[in-house]
Design a protein around this ligand. Structure first.
Ligand code: FMN
Length: 200
C-alpha cells in the first residue's frame, strides 16, 4: 500500500494537522521535531493541508483489497505512515474535534482497518505515537473528541497512544510565542519519542 518516498529507518514523522500554515499547532510540532532531531532521530514534517487529501468515499473497496481506490497524494502519506518509526500529530481543535483536512487523512486510514480486521493481513507493530493539541479554549465543548478520534486512528495504524500535550488559550498564530513552557514540553516529548525509537 505504498507510493515512494519511504522514510529513512528510525524517522519520526510529524503531521501538521491545521489548514493554517505556521500557526500554533505547527510551531508546537516544530519544537517537538527539533527535540527528536536533537536526540538523534531523523525527522520528516507532513503539512497535511499541502497534500489535498480527498475524503473517504465509503465505497468499501478496501474491504476486499486492502487498498484505497482514490488516487491522490494520500498514496505518499501511506508510504510515510508505513515507514515511520514513530508518528506525532499536532492539531488545533475545530468544533471540539480535528479540522477537516486532518479528518480526511484519518478517514483515508480505513484500508488499515480493513487489512487488520477484515482481511487478516499482517499489521504494523506498535510504534510510539504522540499527540499535540492546541485550542482557543472559549468553546465549552472541550477537546476530548480530537483526542478520542486520534486514538482510534492510532490504534488501527499501529501506534501507541501517549498522553496528549494540550495547550489552551491560543488563537492568533503568534500566540504560541507566549508559551515557552509548552514549546519546551513539546521538545521534551520529541526527545522522549526519539529515545523510545532508539531503544526499539
Ligand atoms: C473553524 C474553527 C473552529 C474552531 N473551534 C474551536 C473549538 O471548538 N474549541 C476551541 O477551543 N477552539 C476552537 N478554534 C480555535 C483554534 O483551535 C485556535 O485558533 C488554534 O490556535 C488554531 O491552531 P493553528 O494556529 O495551529 O491553526 C476554532 C478555530 C476555527 C478556525
Amino acid at each position: 500500500m505504498t507510493d515512494s518516498p519511504e522514510l529513512a529507518p528510525g524517522t519520526v514523522l510529524g503531521i501538521a494537522g491545521s489548514p493554517r500554515r505556521d500557526g500554533n499547532s505547527e510551531r508546537l510540532l516544530d519544537a517537538c521535531l527539533a527535540g527528536a532531531r536533537a536526540a538523534g532521530a531523523p525527522v520528516f514534517k507532513l503539512p497535511v493541508v499541502e497534500y489535498g487529501i480527498a475524503p473517504c468515499r465509503g465505497c468499501n473497496a478496501c474491504s476486499l483489497t486492502g487498498e484505497c481506490v482514490v488516487k491522490d497524494r494520500m498514496g505518499e502519506v501511506y508510504a510515510l505512515l508505513d515507514s515511520a518509526a514513530a508518528v506525532v500529530v499536532s492539531t488545533p481543535v475545530y468544533f471540539a474535534t480535528v479540522p477537516a483536512v486532518l479528518k480526511a487523512l484519518y478517514d483515508r486510514c480505513q484500508p488499515y482497518w480493513a487489512r487488520r480486521y477484515q482481511l487478516g493481513r499482517p499489521v504494523p507493530e506498535k510504534r510510539p505515537g504522540g499527540l499535540l493539541v492546541v485550542r482557543g479554549g472559549k468553546d465549552p465543548y472541550g477537546y476530548e473528541c480530537a483526542v478520542t478520534t486520534t486514538r482510534s486512528v492510532f490504534a488501527v495504524i499501529g501506534l501507541t497512544v501517549a498522553e496528549p500535550l494540550v495547550l489552551e488559550g491560543v488563537d492568533s498564530p503568534s500566540d504560541i510565542g507566549r508559551h515557552p513552557d509548552a514549546r519546551l514540553a513539546a521538545t521534551a516529548l520529541g526527545a522522549g519519542i526519539a529515545g523510545s525509537v532508539a531503544r526499539g
